[in-house]
Design a protein around this ligand. Structure first.
Ligand code: GLN
Length: 491
């Protein structure tokens, strides 16, 4: 078994660790060996914190043998490189932060430490989380473990690829417009964006502050519930983190969805969809129905058609404000060859940011500028309210809304890099969720074959604010009845 330890889920690992059948040092070493064996071709990690991981593993073993231990004691976790880790480089996939070593831990990192987790490394991502393929990482692309010439999705593609290829036991990503769910779908793993406010953003490098949310990327639904238990809850350092009781999310894993009301959203299953992808969604619906859920088709959320435009005003507007802090003065990359302070600031931004980030800053600066603020930004906020209301009305009739995560399976590296709009379209089904602040999950539901390659497809489950439990309940029942979550890529 020792050479297969990296394949464990967190709940399986936790049990073996508690029974002292394996040690955290063994498990951590197995995951590090796995990274050493496959990451050259996958590129999921930007930093592997092996020394720290082994030291934390040894501590975990001590605490376990003393009968102690938290929810994740001794379990190796990987974290997207936009969450601040004290003493470990946090690059955000950008030259701007290439050498930035945070002096503090983000809230979720403190929570992971409190739960006893072992931090194995920081995963690759699109620069400042702007993108859907990790091709906007300033350092290297990440390859999809199912098909090496294809993207893993983004922006949390490093975490999703790491979980799919067993280069970590459990992981964290962040989702501003789909960045947990879309890569989870393309890599065949579970990804959950919690309700806005459920998880503190303290120490998450800000992109679109009213949209950003941290969440689990895991091998199965039980691990997703476990990780959500670890990271959820109020934190006074994030004013938008909500003060409300956090349920034990594993209690939602009953396997029973009899009478659950599922609404199938037309807009997330459009007519021109690839037949194979549609087939996956249809089969999943049939499965949910046979498990006793009541499925209603033909639910329409007509304002979905405005979501892309609305998102690409709000997110860049917030990004342009958030990214103004990278001026080369306080921290991060600093250009020094100019002949004035202003020239150095220009140089810092010119050389420190990649093209996509510059595009977003310019878009956002434009939409916030005098004369255009009302026409664009304010209008987008009004559309946001409409999108929210549409969801509120739908959730009066349904416990869960159903759709696809992404219109296509993993696309080829380089296929969309020349056309930003094509890239933006990868997220048409995931953006509305962030705009409304509601929770959403991508759940592995099958494969399509393209050019002889087997590519994963995820279904999307949405619920009303703070009702992650209904999503988990549905997903767990489905997962128990199917075996998609046990499939692994070759190699
Ligand atoms: N792909 C979307 C974007 O580029 C969403 C990214 C994200 O969720 N961080 O903005």
């Amino acid at each position: 078994m020792a050479d297969e330890l990296h394949r464990l889920t967190a709940h399986e690992a936790r049990k073996l660790l508690s029974n002292r059948e394996v040690s955290s040092v063994e498990l951590t070493q197995a995951v590090l060996d796995r990274i050493a064996a496959v990451d050259d071709r996958l590129g999921a990690y930007l930093t592997v914190s092996d020394e720290l991981a082994l030291a934390q593993a040894a501590d975990a073993d001590t605490s376990l043998s003393n009968g102690g231990g938290g929810l994740l004691t001794g379990v190796p976790v990987s974290v997207k490189d936009n969450m601040c880790t004290k003493g470990i480089r946090t690059t955000c996939g950008s030259r701007m932060l290439e050498t930035f070593v945070p002096p503090y831990d983000g809230h979720v990192i403190s929570r992971l430490r409190d739960a006893g987790a072992v931090l194995i490394g920081k995963t690759n991502m699109d620069e400042f989380a702007m993108g859907s393929s990790v091709e906007h990482s300033a350092f290297k692309p990440t390859h999809n473990p199912w098909a090496l010439d294809r993207v893993p999705g983004g922006s949390s593609g490093g975490s999703a690829a790491a979980i799919a290829a067993d280069e970590a036991i459990i992981a964290l990503g962040s989702d501003t417009g789909g960045s947990i769910r879309q890569p989870a779908s393309l890599c065949g793993v579970v990804g959950l964006k919690p309700t806005y406010g459920r998880v503190s953003r303290y120490g998450l490098v800000a992109f679109g502050s009213s949209l950003d949310q941290i969440g689990p990327i895991t091998k199965d639904v039980r691990d997703c519930a476990l990780m959500l238990n670890v990271i959820s809850g109020h934190d006074e350092r994030d004013a938008t983190s909500v003060e409300m009781d956090v349920p034990d999310f594993t209690e939602a894993l009953t396997g029973d969805i009899k009478g659950l009301r599922v609404g199938v959203v037309d807009e997330y299953l459009p007519d021109d969809l690839d037949a194979g992808v549609r087939g996956v969604a249809e089969a999943a619906l049939a499965e949910l129905e046979s498990l006793g859920a009541s499925i209603e088709r033909g639910v329409s959320l007509p304002n979905t058609k405005y979501a892309l435009a609305c998102y690409y005003i709000i997110a860049p507007s917030e990004a342009s404000a958030n990214l103004a802090r990278y001026d080369g003065v306080k921290y991060g990359y600093s250009y020094q060859d100019g002949d004035s302070m202003w020239a150095n600031m220009d140089g810092t931004r010119q050389h420190g940011f990649g093209d996509e980030v510059k595009r977003r800053i310019m878009l956002g600066t434009y939409t916030l500028s005098t004369g255009y603020y009302d026409a664009y930004y304010l209008k987008a906020l009004k559309v946001r309210t409409l999108i929210r209301q549409e969801f509120d009305e739908a959730f009066e009739r349904f416990d869960v809304l159903f759709g696809l995560v992404s219109p296509t399976p993993a696309f080829r590296l380089g296929e969309k890099t020349d056309d930003p709009f094509e890239m933006y379209l990868s997220d048409v089904f995931t953006l509305p969720t962030n705009i409304a602040g509601i929770p959403g999950m991508s759940l592995p539901a099958g494969f399509v074959e393209q050019d002889g390659q087997l590519l994963p497809v995820g279904i999307q489950l949405l619920a009303k604010p703070f009702d992650e439990a209904s999503i988990l309940r549905t997903a767990y029942a489905y997962e128990q009845a199917t075996s998609w979550h046990t499939e692994r890529p070759p190699g």
